[in-house]
Write a protein that binds this ligand. Sequence first.
Ligand code: UT7
Length: 332
Amino acid sequence: MRHSKIVGLGHYVPETVITNQYLSTVMDTNNEWIIERTGIQERRWMDPAKDTVANMAAKATRMALQRAKLTEKDIDFIVFATITPDYFFPGSGVLLQRELGLESIPALDIRNACSGFIYALSVADQFIKTGMYKTVLVVGGEIQSTALDITTRGRNTAVIFGDGAGVVILQASDKQGILSTHLHSDGRFAEELYVKDPGSSRPHKERQPEQITDTSTFKVVMNGNQVFKHAVVRFMEVINEALEANKLKKEDIDLLVPHQANLRISQYIQEKLGLSDNQVYNNIMRYGNTTAASIPIAMSEAWAEGKIKENDLLCLAAFGSGFTWASALIRW
Ligand code: UT7
């Protein structure tokens, strides 16, 4: 049976470091609150002169290609997970395709927020298994910072989100690789974490920029408590689902790379699964929550630090806006 194997990983984060201390000078917040509730010490925010979602993804891709000893021309399909595309349309996939100097290969955008990367990985996996594509670039990239309300009114989200991009390159293997992916959603909770505008279902006059007086609907709205409660339940469910599907036990997991939403969520899952500190990779302390980019950035760093070894069982899990949640098990 044909499997999809990860043959390259890469990431890029903007150079500008935003500390908790800085945030406390522009809104009513403080380092202690942010660290205690989220674990975040700093995050990266884009430099408008340099960073776009597509060019951060291109930098991450070049790192992955180099590590995999491949070139741009080897890529035959791009799957790009983002909820913050550079343009309202077209998506960032085509911009990345152009940036990489590739002609006519397909590019698909996925907008499943924090679960986006695992959804994208699952889509790519199916295309590889059917033999339709051989080398698929799977991307998570986000610029969240420019939509945040950086005032006290927006402090429950402004302190959390960061920018960055991460990628993996998948190729077919007859031995091992992605064992399974598990995807879910529950649209009843769509408005618990969302950005309403620019939404298309408004009357014509409300959609015209010159008519808009209330711009608060362009910012991230999150009912943090509600998201947190659902997240801890769904993370566990979807990890157990993946283990059961492969007749594996939690003791078999070598490394868990959870979506970096909140260190408290990761620690809760770690405890439930009985994993040690070095079996769970967290970098939210340095980057905050980078939505679809968080898992591939974390995987790329974990790999570079030698934390993912041949034959390891890697578990990915995510939960976020939608609600959507997902997991993947990978035999490295
Ligand atoms: O990746 C997508 C999925 N997202 C998530 O999984 C996020 C899940 N939720 C969370 O991570 C947490 O709910 C938050 C970190 C967002 C908030 O933590 P919390 O412990 O749930 O705090 P809270 O919302 O219950 O707020 C507690 C207090 C409130 O004040 P009062 O009403 O008790 O006076 C907030 O106004 O903390 C206040 N607060 C802040 N204080 C200082 C909210 N944000 C801040 C802030 N600095 N940045």
